[in-house]
Design a protein around this ligand. Structure first.
Ligand SMILES: [Zn+2]
Length: 257
């Protein structure tokens, strides 16, 4: 990919990232993501276009509101940067294609889910449920284009993702006596199944469990927090699924040989 194409895709990704920030901020508060225009959460100052340029406005204003000088969370430019890099990574791997467009869209949804779950311990139905439906539609539209699923494998994926994780959560609760996963995680796994097929689920769950345990245990050791502290599982499921999307075929081939 030439650098001209690359920069255009990166900039498009960051512009959408700016909208993803609005979703991340407003969805947990159950506010509209369209109205009103973006403003400073502290003083209500409505952002003119030049204060709303992804990444650069934050850098230019050195992370503070122009009006009240209140600090603007570093999360916002980070999400924009992540969205730009994500778009670049997908197009770099899957080319300029319909498939890439769908995968970028999925990546954006993943990014929003991940950040919201990290801060609020929820995975909004407003994203996961349409996510399941859209995954099935895309599977129905495209013919045999891994890593996206065929319709058959997507349908099995939804059933296995939803049902499989429910079983996992049930057993976890039986064995440890505490709630490990919420319904949100189960819907997210059904969504992953819808997009990438049932084949993606073992690796996604394994990688998520591994990353979640490593981070969770390290966090307990470092912070001295007790085990009853909830750990959001959504971000790890998302990372596991993303790993499968890019390296799943290779990992399975390596594992089977
Ligand atoms: Zn302000």
């Amino acid at each position: 990919m030439s650098w001209e194409y690359g920069s255009i895709i990166f900039i498009y990704g960051m512009v959408v990232g700016s909208f993803l920030n609005v979703c991340i901020y407003r969805l947990p508060l159950e506010k509209s993501v369209i109205h009103p225009r973006s403003g400073c959460p502290a003083c209500g100052y409505l952002l003119p276009w030049y204060d709303n340029i992804p990444l650069f406005s934050w850098l230019w204003l050195r992370g503070r509101c122009r009006s009240c000088r209140q600090a603007i969370a570093v999360l916002y430019p980070l999400v924009e940067l992540a969205a730009g890099l994500l778009a670049l990574q997908v197009v770099n791997r899957f080319g300029l294609s319909w498939q890439s467009l769908w995968i970028v869209l999925l990546g954006f949804a993943f990014l929003v889910l991940m950040v919201i779950d990290f801060y609020h311990y929820i995975l909004p139905d407003l994203i996961t449920l349409p996510g399941i439906v859209l995954g099935l539609v895309v599977a129905g539209l495209s013919v045999e284009t891994p890593p996206l699923a065929t319709l058959e494998s997507a349908l099995i994926g939804v059933a296995a993702g939803g049902g499989g994780l429910w079983l996992f959560a049930y057993l976890f609760e039986k064995i440890t006596g505490k709630v490990g996963m919420g319904m949100g995680d189960i819907k997210l796994l059904a969504m992953i199944g819808a997009w990438m097929g049932w084949q993606s689920l073992p690796l996604t769950l394994f990688a998520a469990g591994l990353m979640g345990s490593v981070v969770g245990i390290s966090w307990m050791v470092i912070s001295g927090r007790d085990r009853s502290q909830p750990i959001p599982f959504g971000p790890y499921l998302v990372l596991g699924a993303w790993l499968y999307l890019f390296y799943g075929q290779e990992i399975y081939r390596w594992y089977l040989s």
